[in-house]
Design a protein around this ligand. Structure first.
Ligand SMILES: [Fe+2]
Ligand SMILES: [Fe+2]
Length: 266
């Protein structure tokens, strides 16, 4: 675990920083991302209350976070956007998410916070259609890619054309490994820390294959998931795309045994 953010990319003007060790205690290890382009800032999948304070302090090194441009949320989970109320009240950031979740996210914001806002929470949400969209950011843009059913029904991934990093959300996630601040070194040894999560959380092989076809046509230097280690360089990116395309998961594996009335008590 690294206390300081990991610099994934930095050309002096454009930076991609990853925090891998802000979640402590019961929460699952998660990575949060800060993208800086000159005087513009965006967060990707910043998480919940546990990570709000350290992330806002880190972001304050580059600008007054009140003026932060965006918070990108790949989907609706608590480890992704649980602290939406705090980002909404303490910054002017727009929350970018799938249109499937745009009307549900305001449920996370209390009336206490809503009353402090001049407009409605919904006015602060940029709702991305199923086809995805490019969102202008600083001198560049961030590309919201469709990643439906991986794992959420309305799921986005975020591609940064400057760094060529694909922020893949829960796809490629690994759990229970060590040294999550380092990239994957040995792909075969890494598979056991990914397989259980993907079999249960990702919907089907069909969507993985369709997604991999899209990504193979892109210029991707690095795939960085929201949990665990990242895949750096063309060889590792290719290995991940092949692995995820060949993996049966989700509804591919369901049988009648998964749908029986329980007899046990918890
Ligand atoms: Fe999730
Ligand atoms: Fe997650």
């Amino acid at each position: 675990m690294a206390a300081e953010p990991i610099v994934l990319f930095d050309d002096g003007h454009h930076k991609c920083l990853m925090f891998d060790s802000l979640v402590t205690g019961e929460g699952v290890q998660s990575n949060q991302f800060l993208i800086v382009d000159g005087k513009h800032e965006a967060l990707i999948d910043p998480g919940g209350d546990l990570t709000y304070t350290p992330l806002s302090v880190a972001a304050s090194r580059y600008m007054n976070i009140r003026d932060m441009d965006y918070v990108f949320a790949s989907h609706q989970d608590p480890d992704i956007i649980g602290a939406i109320d705090r980002w909404i009240v303490h910054t002017r950031a727009k929350i970018v998410t799938s249109r499937l979740w745009a009307r549900f996210l305001p449920h996370l914001v209390s009336s206490y916070v809503t009353n402090q806002l001049s407009g409605s929470v919904y006015d602060r949400i940029v709702s991305i259609p199923d086809a995805g969209a490019n969102v202008k950011f600083g001198d560049s843009f961030l590309q919201c890619l469709p990643a439906h059913f991986m794992h959420s029904v309305g799921n986005l991934q975020f591609y940064d054309p400057v760094s060529k990093i694909l922020f893949s959300g829960d796809l490629g996630a690994s759990l229970g490994g060590e040294d999550d601040h380092l990239p994957v070194k040995d792909f075969d040894k890494h598979i056991p820390s990914m397989i259980g999560f993907h079999r249960r959380y990702i919907a089907s092989q069909k969507v993985c294959r369709l997604w991999a076809n899209m990504v193979r046509e892109m210029d991707v230097a690095m795939i960085v998931p929201q949990h665990g280690k990242r895949f750096e360089g063309p060889v590792m990116v290719d290995r991940f795309l092949n692995w995820v395309s060949d993996m049966e998961c989700g509804i591919d594996l369901m049988t009648q045994d998964n749908y029986r009335r329980p007899v046990d008590y918890v």
